[in-house]
Design a protein around this ligand. Structure first.
Ligand code: NAD
Length: 484
């Protein structure tokens, strides 16, 4: 993608200028340099994109395209993502600050896999015949919901985009995508690749811009039938309220404060590695980050020491360097937010055992050391609020009951991890934990086939998995035919 087209919006398979002509700067958080000037989409642009998506929805080119052909297009887009994985991975890393190995070896393969997994769904969407009373034939049609507004965050820009765009298109919808203002570059590039794959004009539109303008305009637009949102719980509440005006379907994938629970009978080496990747992968800017590390009291000091040692060795540096494990925090504002929580932790009386300091690499960038607070009380602010950075709160617990109670003591319920060799304990915990995903003796596992989403204030609706996609991206029509 040339520099020139980054400053426009992708609507109807064309680069178009934002109505206002305004642009905003997108920076590389590792160097603090301007990476691109991006078009600032507003209400008028969102309307233009929605009209384009709406026209495409009714067009023969899309509506009459056979499900097999839709499947082929999605598969082709997966192939294109794979072919361009170096470029996309680098763009993601330069824009988000995450280590290149994460973007290139984890995120981009997942994006390609999501398109391929949902390519497999496109020609398997079917209704049912229903045995009703009387001389009637009753059957159901599973139809697209219409124009889908996808609003995504900055932490996994293209991954989360693919979790929504792929199933939405597989089910025959058309999409207006609003990437996060911090990280719009790979999403804009995806628009171009979708056209190259053969998707007709208007099927996938990308409007870069800010949440309060472009995001809100999408949520309020009467021709948008569904908002598939991933972001913070705070914004999710606004989206839900604004969507109510036009009775839109909404799915909300929101924040978390996930517990990663280590029992005394666990393989402690594996548990410590799991605690470390649980919170420090992706700089802790992961919705399901294991930000509360609960450790059984009998092994508390041993685990804390090993966890601390391991964390001190995590290499902070240039995200493009293969050795780097902790990249740059996505923005100055986010770094400041995380540092405020470090200060709150200190004031609340938690014990800072490592990290807590902002760093520069070669005199530049928004970096923060892997940070661990020990002896955290479950009701402290740093144990209750989503920090969204590389900060772990280590909390002791006594036994299974106490572990479950403390793990559940939060408004969130996105994910949970537990480490034990006792199979009964593992399943008891899995059934009693209030979370949409449970990882037993592992952490941060994802697959396009496995549903992901929250309990409680982590939201509702699921990304990934075919059942969740059908539930979210189709609607059911019941057709009655008189037989007499
Ligand atoms: P955010 O809520 O600030 O923004 C998310 C998106 O919403 C952005 O595109 C933003 O522009 C848009 N937005 C902001 N205000 C809006 C409004 N009034 N109307 C419509 N759209 C609006 O979140 P963020 O800071 O970009 O991302 C971090 C958050 O996302 C964290 O809370 C994290 O836990 C959550 N997250 C959740 C999941 C999940 O699957 N549950 C995955 C990743 C991130």
């Amino acid at each position: 993608m040339s520099e020139a087209v980054r400053d426009r919006l992708w609507i109807g398979n064309e680069w178009v200028d934002a109505a206002s002509g305004e642009r905003f700067e997108v920076t590389n958080p590792a160097t603090e340099e301007t990476l691109a000037r991006v078009a600032c989409g507003g209400e008028e642009d969102v309307d233009r994109a929605v009209q384009s998506a709406s026209t495409a929805l009714a067009s023969k080119e899309w509506k009459r395209l056979s499900p097999h052909d839709r499947s082929r297009l999605l598969w082709r887009l997966g192939d294109l993502v794979e072919e361009h994985a170096d470029e996309l991975g680098e763009l993601e890393t330069r824009n988000n600050g995450k280590p290149y190995f994460e973007s290139r070896a984890v995120d981009m393969p997942f994006v390609a896999e999501s398109f391929r997994y949902f390519a497999g769904l496109a020609d398997k969407i079917q209704g049912a015949t229903i045995p009703v009373s009387g001389p009637f034939l009753n059957y159901t049609l599973r139809e697209p919901v219409g124009v889908v507004g996808c609003i995504v965050p900055w932490n996994f820009p293209l991954s989360i985009t693919s979790w929504k765009v792929a199933p939405a298109l597989a089910c025959g919808n058309t999409v207006v995508l609003k990437p996060a203002e911090q990280t719009p570059l790979t999403a804009l590039r995806l628009g171009e690749l979708a056209a190259e794959a053969g998707f007709p004009p208007g099927v996938l539109n990308v409007v870069s811009g800010f949440g309060k303008e472009a995001g809100s305009a999408l949520v309020r637009h009467p021709k948008v039938a569904l908002i598939a949102f991933t972001g913070s719980t705070e914004t999710g509440k606004i989206v839900m309220r604004e969507a109510a005006e036009t009775v839109k379907k909404v799915s909300l994938e929101l924040g978390g404060k996930s517990p990663n629970v280590i029992f005394e009978d666990a393989d402690l080496g594996a548990a410590v590695r799991g605690a470390s990747t649980g919170i420090f992968y992706g700089k802790g800017e992961v919705c399901a980050a294991g930000s509360r590390v609960l450790v059984q009291r009998s092994v508390y000091e041993e685990v804390l020491e090993a966890f601390t040692e391991r964390s001190k060795k995590m290499a902070i540096g240039d995200p493009m360097d293969k050795k780097t494990r902790i990249g740059a925090i996505v923005s100055k504002a986010q770094l400041e937010r995380v540092l405020r929580y470090v200060e709150i932790g200190r004031t609340e009386g938690a014990r800072l055992v490592t990290g807590g300091e902002a760093k520069k690499v070669d005199g530049k960038g928004n970096f923060l050391e892997a940070t661990i607070f020990a002896d955290v009380e479950p009701d402290m602010q740093i144990a209750q609020e989503e920090i969204f950075g590389p900060v772990a709160a280590v909390i002791p617990f006594d036994d299974l009951e106490d572990g479950i109670e403390k793990a559940n003591r939060t408004i969130y319920g996105l994910a949970a991890g537990l480490w034990t060799r006792d199979v009964g304990k593992a399943h008891r915990f899995a059934s009693e934990i209030q979370a949409g995903t449970v990882w037993i003796n592992t952490y941060n596992q994802y697959d396009a086939a496995s549903p992901f989403g929250g309990y409680k204030q982590s939201g509702f609706g699921r990304d990934l998995g075919y059942e969740a996609a059908l539930e979210k991206y189709t609607q059911t029509k019941s057709v009655w035919v008189a037989l007499d």
